[in-house]
Design a protein around this ligand. Structure first.
Ligand code: NI
Length: 172
């Protein structure tokens, strides 16, 4: 059944070309971009997931939304447009998954904090430091903008072990 108010989008999965493309910078944060952000939040919450990048809904644009949940640390819903990493440091390992790589969860090592610059929902430039879950999810989503998936961080051996499961996702 279709609902006229349902703005959720279809999430594309491993094997789709758009996931491997470099996303284009957003020239201006206008209503069409704000609509995209709204639909991405709806799609992310509906999945449910804790982060989503525009290429995952087949829009090759530098837009991500995140909203990790934690009882131990402060997190929030945030849209980042044209995000870039200015600095990073530390190391942490955390189990990641991805709505475009369903059913696969792997420990991934990443910097534990980042300093990022991005445009917010109103088009204002923001420079902000993130750590913990926010840093983790933002880095995962920013990888999507470079055509990179979390499984690309795995060792060749680990990658070989999940090869068949990846093929099954692709075949669907
Ligand atoms: Ni992902």
């Amino acid at each position: 059944m279709s609902d006229a108010n349902d703005v959720t989008r279809k999430i594309i999965v491993f094997g789709h070309d758009t996931l491997r493309r470099h996303a284009k910078l957003v020239p201006a944060v206008d209503d069409s971009i704000r609509e995209l952000v709204d639909s991405m939040f709806a799609t992310m919450y509906g999945a449910p997931g804790i982060g989503l990048a525009a290429p995952q809904v087949d829009e090759s644009l530098a837009v991500i939304v995140v909203h990790p949940r934690s009882e131990e640390e402060e997190t929030r819903a945030l849209a980042l447009i044209n995000p870039e990493t200015l600095d990073y440091g530390g190391r942490s390992t955390f189990e990641e998954g991805c709505l475009s790589v369903p059913g696969i969860f792997e420990d991934i090592r990443r910097p534990s904090w980042i300093k990022a610059r991005y445009l917010d929902f109103d088009g204002a430039e923001v420079t902000e430091e993130f750590d913990g879950l926010m840093a983790r999810v933002i880095q995962h989503e920013m990888d999507h903008l470079k055509g990179k998936l979390f499984i690309d961080h795995l060792s060749p051996m680990r990658r070989a072990l999940i090869k068949r499961r990846l093929r099954n996702i692709q075949a669907d």
